[in-house]
Design a binder for this molecule. Structure first.
Ligand code: COA
Length: 198
């Protein structure tokens, strides 16, 4: 939906609050994205963020994502808004192609990046389940997730939230990825539907 200008809707789960990023979150963005263990599976050419200005640019991009009313980038915190855990995103996934920037595909990607201090608690899966329900309940027919073949932790998140593994693809990001798909049920309930081909 080009030209859409809207605000990310706040979401809650049993343990978590998902809210828009703000300028107060730039230090956390730097802490998160300056870590190789967070960045090593992101993008065709992974790299860490090394300075605060770049982290601020990232937060500004998260805040300005406005391509679709259901899309957004959320900061995950404790339910009371206290500790920050990471980010959860819903956005257009770029097609592989010969020139940069890569072109939009018209398909929606869900993605998760948590601070290592917050791994191993089920926070990523809990937040991702809420955002997937928001996406399918908000009218998107299909959501995809792609992971590096070796990113087993991320693949487990996709499976835990009910996405279906559809094998390997080179369709996105100029990279070979494992593809996971969730589709809205025919009844329109927003619950992920298993089955059907890629
Ligand atoms: C991918 C990533 C988000 C996964 O984080 P995670 O904490 O392993 O994922 P979950 O939130 O699903 O937590 C599951 C783990 O918490 C444990 N856990 C503890 N309490 C739990 C609870 N109440 N509910 C569910 N799981 C719980 C599970 O046993 C599981 O641990 P295990 O994998 O060792 O068995 C994290 O590794 C990350 O941010 N990586 C860097 C960025 C990245 O690669 N993103 C994906 C790009 S495709």
């Amino acid at each position: 939906m080009p030209g859409y200008r809207g605000a990310v809707r706040q979401l809650t789960t049993d343990r978590l609050l998902l809210r828009p990023w703000t300028d107060d979150d730039v230090d956390f963005a730097l802490d998160l994205h300056s870590r190789w263990e967070v960045q090593r599976f992101l993008g065709a050419e992974p790299r860490v963020v090394t300075d605060r200005a770049e982290a601020a640019d990232r937060v500004a991009r998260y805040r300005s994502l406005d391509d679709h009313p259901v899309h957004g980038v959320w900061l995950i915190t404790d339910r009371d808004g206290g500790r920050r855990h990471g980010s959860l995103l819903l956005k257009d996934i770029p097609l592989s192609g010969p020139s940069l920037p890569l072109l939009p595909s018209g398909e929606t990607e869900i993605g998760w990046h948590l601070h290592p201090d917050s791994w191993g608690h089920g926070y990523a899966s809990e937040a991702a389940a809420a955002v997937l329900a928001h996406a399918l309940g908000g009218g998107l027919p299909r959501v995809v997730a792609v992971t590096y073949p070796d990113n087993h932790a991320s693949q487990r998140v996709a499976m835990r939230i009910g996405m279906e593994h559809r094998g390997t693809t080179e369709r996105f990001y100029n990279a070979r990825s494992e593809l996971f798909v969730a589709e809205a049920s025919v009844s329109g309930s927003g619950a992920p539907r298993a089955g059907s081909g890629a």
